[in-house]
Design a protein around this ligand. Structure first.
Ligand SMILES: [Zn+2]
Length: 205
């Protein structure tokens, strides 16, 4: 009897939680799908038609921060088709094998890019990011201690470490691109910090 009750309560917790979660997660996506049908039907895409080659032969590595989603291209005067925009947490390149470098290599050799801007931003969430802050949340969300211990031995602590000085981070990422053995020397690489509110660019020398 007691066991049945416990099983019932556990089921309620698991399935109740899942239903609630999936409803919450799906509502925005459902709305997006409905909007999308209207967008296509009303030919909202027509003003954006372009090809895959960036008109300004420019690639930008920036942060995924949502304050920059529209602000960054507008503040730079970029329209659809002008630049390859690569985004990650912090606008950083963590190693020569980072997927952002892979994208830049494609941009340079396949898409004709000859200038690269690294654009970090003010009050970035990746500044001061730390594995020690993720860890308790991971445990809460069901990631086991064993899994975390294994990942810790494989370098997750450094992998999830943010930067502590935005300017230094930009310089480091620019240097990683400039000195990358597979990036040709004729590519112009420059670093910037964009103001997350005004969109003002400051070049980092
Ligand atoms: Zn950021």
């Amino acid at each position: 009897m007691l066991i049945s009750l416990i099983i019932f309560l556990i089921s309620l917790y698991i399935f109740g939680g899942r239903t609630k979660k999936s409803k919450r997660n799906m509502s925005n996506i459902d709305n997006i799908l409905a909007f999308n049908q209207q967008f296509v039907a009303s030919k909202g895409y027509e003003r954006h038609i372009t090809n895959k080659y960036p008109d300004k032969k420019l690639a930008i590595l920036s942060c995924m921060d949502t304050r920059l989603s529209v602000l960054l291209p507008e503040a730079l005067g970029l329209k659809n088709g002008d630049a390859k925009i690569i985004k990650n947490a912090g606008a950083v390149i963590t190693s020569p094998w980072d997927s952002a470098v892979r994208s830049l290599i494609v941009a340079v050799y396949e898409l004709g890019v000859n200038e690269i801007m690294v654009i970090a931003h003010t009050t970035c969430g990746a500044c001061h990011m730390s594995y020690s802050e993720f860890k308790p949340h991971m445990l809460e969300r069901g990631i086991s201690e064993e899994t975390l211990t294994e990942w810790e031995t494989q370098g997750v602590v450094a992998w999830l470490e943010g930067f502590h000085d935005t300017e230094a981070s930009v310089r480091k990422t620019v240097a990683t691109i400039v000195n990358h053995p597979l990036i040709p020397k004729d590519i112009d690489v420059r670093g910037f910090i964009i103001d997350s509110v005004t969109g003002a660019l400051t070049e980092i020398q």
